[in-house]
Design a protein around this ligand. Structure first.
Ligand code: PXP
Length: 402
């Protein structure tokens, strides 16, 4: 089965991995697992042009289906029986409809994918009211089945925080070990992203590091930072792939607690507006708390990073279970509200698998445990072992669901 998902928009709020997985589940449910389909996301303007050309309607619509069998193909002999066709979806219209129906954007896009693929299979609600009803019922049923089975099947991305490599360098104030070199090794070992925290006191990562990292990181650069003017200016200049806003106190050993988005509502919203203009998605580091999630959504964050510190530091199994349950609920809540969800802080080789098993968590940000282990086994090996923990956690989740 092949689902080709093309995104012709410049939105960041869409979790393509999740939608791809939902589309594959749908094809499976429809007994089309050996078929191919293309799903193309676009904006209203492009959709309007297709709607005008093919349906003579001078307005955008939510979804259009083009069954392969009806398309004019340049080389029909190359058309295999398995090709179902193309489904075009306007994300702008989907977003408006999601707001009207009070559902998440992912919920609405999933409904549109189901609708579009049923059209490819020959269902047509415009034929008769009976067929319209049948199609509607099938759509409802498929949505429920997908929702019960869906969740990330691949493991979450592992983003490695290389601050502590810089901490060792700063202990001597010379040039090694170099976090820039470390980032390259992490990427070669399978890290999907690199995180650095440019602190106001420059205790570890330096300005030179982020300039070089911006040039050399091949995966994704996530700049962790406080919402202060100097650092905001640097971020706008460097243009990382994303930023994560964190609270920062000079005397703390590491980031303590999540950001209070409710208290800092205005200030954070201004930062998000600036970053959005510069094309930089913003994540906010928050405690697993419903009010903080609502506030993050309200100010326009793309991601939240759930603070796993209390879970990681729990002193007993019961305490850890309680903290885990809060993280699980918060991840679900944030995801369903339309936010993309990352998690991190204090994760190590013992406690990470359980967090990696949360199907709505897209990325884990891990630093201290990996850099500590690297002292004994080397950085390449330490990253690979952490990837194994993530893979193991993900596999456990899938076993439990069966
Ligand atoms: N996420 C955030 C927001 C952090 O501040 C840190 C620590 O720099 C981490 C993740 C990584 O935490 P740890 O080093 O404990 O893995």
């Amino acid at each position: 089965m092949e689902v080709n998902l093309v995104d012709n928009t410049s939105r960041w709020g869409v979790n393509k991995d999740l939608l791809l997985e939902r589309s594959k589940i749908l094809l499976d449910l429809l007994d089309c697992s050996s078929h191919q389909v293309s799903i193309v996301f676009m904006d209203d303007q492009d959709m309007g042009e297709y709607n005008l050309s093919y349906r003579n309607k001078n307005e955008p619509t939510n979804v259009l289906s083009f069954p392969a069998a009806e398309q004019e193909i340049a080389f029909p002999e190359e058309l295999t029986r398995q090709e179902l066709g193309d489904v075009l979806i306007s994300l702008e219209t989907a977003q408006r409809e999601a707001i009207e129906k009070k559902v998440t954007l992912h919920h609405r896009i999933t409904e549109l994918i189901i609708h579009g693929i049923l059209h490819l299979l020959g269902y047509d609600h415009e034929c008769s009211s009976q067929e319209a009803e049948q199609m509607w019922e099938l759509e409802q049923q498929l949505f429920k089945q997908i929702h019960n089975t869906s969740g990330r099947s691949s493991m979450p991305h592992l983003a490695i925080n290389v601050d502590h490599v810089a901490t060792i360098r700063q202990a001597r104030g010379n040039t090694e070990p170099d976090p820039v070199l470390a980032a390259g090794i992490c990427e070669l070992a399978g890290a999907a992203g690199i995180v650095v925290h440019l602190r106001e006191d420059r205790r570890h990562i330096q300005d030179r590091d982020i300039i070089l990292l911006r040039e050399t990181i091949k995966t994704k650069m996530n700049l962790e930072m406080a919402a202060t003017k100097d650092i905001i200016d640097i971020a706008l200049d460097i243009k990382p792939d994303m930023i994560t806003l964190v609270p920062e106190k000079r005397k703390e050993l590491t980031t303590e607690g999540g950001l209070d988005v409710i208290d800092n509502h205005k200030k954070l919203k201004k930062v998000i507006v600036k970053m959005t203009k510069a094309g930089i998605p913003v994540s906010i580091f928050i405690d697993p708390d419903a009010a903080q999630i609502d506030a993050s959504l309200e100010i326009g964050a793309t991601f939240v990073e759930l603070h796993t510190g209390r879970y990681a530091d729990a002193k007993s199994e019961t305490e850890q279970d309680n903290e885990f349950r809060q993280l699980e609920a918060a991840a679900e809540l944030a995801f369903e509200a339309g936010l993309r969800v990352n998690a991190g802080h204090g994760l190590d080789y013992q406690n990470t698998a359980r967090i990696a098993a949360l199907p709505t968590v897209e990325e884990l940000s891990i630093g201290h445990a990996v850099i500590s282990r690297a002292v004994f086994v080397g950085l390449d090996q330490a990253v690979r072992e952490m990837r194994d923990c993530l893979a193991w956690g993900t596999a456990q989740h899938h076993c439990c669901r069966m």
